[in-house]
Design a protein around this ligand. Structure first.
Ligand code: HPA
Length: 273
């Protein structure tokens, strides 16, 4: 058994002392987007610090616990608080909770993030369904020995975000009258926001939005063949020729304002999985 598998087993053993729930849906919530967790009918809550090999959350806006319960008629597990590369964690640490989710029974990963909008048709406050991504983190959680029991050495990435779930979400958005965009997310390490020249570059290589998360988790989820649904909230407009100084308070405020729409969309998608 690989070292990673041993660590996963140790985490699972502790989690099983809290709950025997077998969630089929895993949820990771982004900056300022934690509200969905409040809609879960909770059966258990486990602080990260109690779970072996879980890194501890350092960003204040992230609470740092695993929440188990029911949402939209499904058994779910949600990470309240996620880990970012810029905090100094390794890719393996960032994605360890996704590994654990798989072994708890999760089949579908639902993931959200705050992102800067570069597509000129996107507006601050818009919700974007993730169609694809570009990894510019300069690192990858799958580097190193591969555990063939977890997934293949060279995982396919032709459909990182499930077409089935994208179609479903678009249908739901139409029914619920939620405006949604669709596009490509590029992940950068951060923590600084981008220069004008960088936004120009990121737009030119095919990205619609830019953020500092999500891609490591999605790579590991796809490595283990989880179905993925991802959503970005556009918290600031990153148009290089009209760039305003970034205001992190405003980014969080915008994420909060989008939450009711995002929460509804994610909940309905989970209901109809
Ligand atoms: N760049 C990177 N990450 C972000 C941004 C941005 O403009 N906005 C929110 N997260």
């Amino acid at each position: 058994m690989s070292e990673l598998r041993k660590q996963i087993d140790e985490a699972i053993q502790v989690i099983r002392q809290y709950t025997d729930l077998e969630p089929t849906v895993g949820i990771v919530l982004g900056t300022g987007l934690g509200d969905l967790a409040n809609e879960i009918q909770k059966v258990a809550e486990i602080p990260y610090q109690d779970i072996p090999h879980f890194p501890l959350s350092t960003v204040e806006t992230h609470a740092g616990k695993l929440i188990f319960g029911q949402l939209g008629g499904k058994d779910v597990v949600a990470m309240q608080g996620r880990f970012h590369y810029y905090e100094g964690y390794s890719m393996k640490q960032i994605t360890f909770p996704i590994r654990v989710m798989k072994f708890l029974g999760v089949k579908t990963l639902v993931i959200s993030n705050a992102a800067g909008g570069m597509n000129p048709l996107f507006r601050k406050g818009d919700i974007m369904i993730m169609e694809d991504h570009i990894n510019l983190l300069g690192d990858n959680p799958l580097i190193g020995p591969n555990d063939d029991e977890l997934g293949p050495r060279f995982p396919d990435m032709s459909e990182p975000y499930s077409h089935r779930l994208i179609d479903l979400a678009e249908e739901i958005a139409l029914d619920e009258k939620i405006k949604v965009q669709k596009g490509v997310y590029v992940a950068v390490a951060g923590p600084n926001l981008e220069t004008r020249a960088e936004y120009r570059f990121l737009r030119s290589i095919g990205a619609d939005v830019v953020g500092m998360s999500t891609v490591p988790e999605v790579i590991v989820a796809r490595h283990m063949n989880l179905e993925v649904f991802g959503v970005s909230v556009i918290t600031d407009e990153c148009f290089p020729d009209a760039l305003q100084p970034a205001d992190v308070e405003d980014i969080i405020r915008t994420a909060n304002q989008a939450q009711p729409r995002l929460t509804l969309l994610m909940k309905r998608v989970i209901e109809r999985l």
